[in-house]
Write a protein that binds this ligand. Structure first.
Ligand SMILES: Nc1ncnc2c1ncn2[C@@H]1O[C@H](COP(=O)(O)OP(=O)(O)OP(=O)(O)O)[C@@H](O)[C@H]1O
Ligand SMILES: [Mg+2]
Length: 456
């Protein structure tokens, strides 16, 4: 049941309400004035605040404000004998869930309490879900627990409301296409088509006709008319994937299309107005491409009105456990297998691995492991050799020796203490799990932890 804070300066009423709540199985905290109430709000756990409006020291509204500052999702009820429409409105504006006019019947009180608690529980659950799953697109969840991914999703949501061109950057397999689909699905164009075209997969000579269309007989093999993606995606979104690989000749044409918003089919004479939103993705660093003379700077400005950068998975390891859980569920369901979960060593091994292929690689590894397991727990043997041996883990660690040199001993200790702290955070403070994550025995971990703490 719930922890409920009751604040009223009338002792009889306070005690009566606390007794009534305890009778329903709740735990109560009683405060006789505002100062006491605020101290309790700050120091103790509470699920619901019930406070009188007029108190000898601080107004009930002020307590409500403090409570909302501390825990915006927790409900609060206000009581008053001096009811007026304007205070009721103020109370609701400040986030009170309900407003009880004294004197009230106990029945009315209990009803308000249970409604407030229900709503509080619902809000908590929503908050939990929002934090775990960043978003959903076409039934696929976009997992984003890490602050970095949450930021990306928030920016994507904002960009989706506009028609601005977005350049999505990030290593291969980080989810660029998924984010592009998400932007489309959350934009006013969501009812229109979403067409993705890879500028790398299509042979150079064909990209132009693929994008802008061609007329019959324009070139050998052009046996019929073709509209081209920019026309097909009318009122929708076009994703130019791997835009960094577009040949220079086509970049010039693309720039013109984006500036003038018209296309001309290969071999055709007329122009057609287009109405599409442009998204582009690349795993290359376009400023390097510009420096090397392989990419037009003016085209970069056109496509990069908003930049969304997806960090590699190794820089947001907090996302790994939930991604694994969701992929295990997905593939167990798809193959009709009854998998109960992962052996702890499997999770530890995956948390250590660097995933050069990012989320796509993680998904493939999990799919393979699930398929090999058939039933019960996924064991270490089901992981590919490379993952078990932790290959590629070194990519995780880039070291540049400063010109002035450094004290290696201290530096190593610093790295060790960072690794240990991060492992502890990831494992919610469990030293056994943190030790496992760092490939150490529990005793070694405890010993080394003591040592780095001493140095600090
Ligand atoms: N945050 C995420 N949550 C759930 N699934 C994800 C997430 N990010 C990526 N994926 C999954 O990983 C796979 C790779 O994602 P996607 O194709 O969007 O990557 P990409 O960045 O476009 O890769 P590439 O550069 O190789 O084209 C997809 O199956 C996608 O559904
Ligand atoms: Mg892609």
């Amino acid at each position: 049941m719930a922890d409920i804070l009751v604040c009223d300066d009338e002792r009889n009423l306070r005690e009566l309400l606390c007794l009534a709540l305890e009778g329903n199985g709740h735990k109560t905290l009683a405060a006789a004035n505002g100062t006491e109430a605020i101290q309790m709000l700050e120091r103790l756990h509470w699920d619901l605040l019930i406070t009188d409006l007029r108190l000898p020291d601080i107004s009930g509204l002020e307590i409500l404000r403090r409570a909302k500052n501390l825990e915006p999702e927790r409900p609060a009820l206000l009581m008053t004998a001096f009811a007026s429409a304007s205070t009721a409105v103020t109370a609701m504006k400040e986030g009170a869930f309900d407003y009880l006019e004294k004197p009230f019947a106990m029945e009315e009180f209990h009803l308000a309490v249970s409604r407030a608690l229900e709503q509080g529980a619902l809000k908590q659950e929503n908050l939990r879900l929002r934090q775990a799953v960043g978003a959903c697109v076409a039934g696929e969840e976009i997992i984003g627990v890490s602050p970095a991914m949450r930021r990306v999703l928030e920016m994507a949501r904002r960009a989706a409301r506009t028609d601005a061109s977005v350049l999505i950057t990030g290593e291969s397999g980080t989810g660029k296409e998924l984010i592009a689909r998400y932007i489309h699905a959350n934009s006013t164009r969501s009812q229109g088509p979403f067409v993705a075209v890879s500028c790398a997969a299509v042979p150079e000579t064909l990209i132009e006709s693929e994008l802008f269309g061609h007329v019959k007989g324009a070139f050998t093999g052009a046996i019929s008319h073709r509209l081209g993606i920019f026309v097909e995606a009318d009122h929708g979104t076009v994703l130019l994937d791997e835009i960094g690989e577009t040949p220079l000749s086509l970049q010039a044409k693309l720039l013109r299309v984006l500036q003038e918003r018209v296309v001309r089919a290969v071999g055709g004479s007329g122009e057609k107005a287009i109405n599409v939103r442009l998204l582009a993705a690349t795993n290359r660093d376009l400023s390097d491409e510009i420096a090397a003379g392989r990419f037009r700077e003016d085209l970069l400005y056109r496509v990069n009105v908003v930049n969304l950068h997806l960090p590699p998975l190794r820089q947001r390891r907090e996302d790994i456990p939930l991604l694994i859980t969701r992929f295990v569920e997905k593939y167990a369901r798809r193959y009709g297998l009854s998998i109960t979960g992962l052996a702890p060593e499997v999770m530890a091994c995956l948390m250590r691995y660097s995933f050069p292929g990012n989320v796509r690689e993680l998904e493939n590894v999990v799919e393979g492991a699930v398929a090999l397991t058939v039933e019960g727990r996924v064991e270490l043997e089901a992981l590919p050799e490379a993952v078990r041996r932790g290959e590629g883990s070194k990519q995780n660690f880039v070291f540049h020796l400063p010109e002035e040199g450094l004290d290696l001993e201290t530096h190593l200790l610093h790295i060790e203490s960072c690794a240990m702290e991060q492992a502890l955070t990831l494992c919610n403070g469990s030293k056994t799990k943190a030790a496992e994550l760092l490939g150490m025995s529990f005793r070694t971990f405890r010993y080394r932890l003591g040592k780095v703490m001493d140095v600090k």
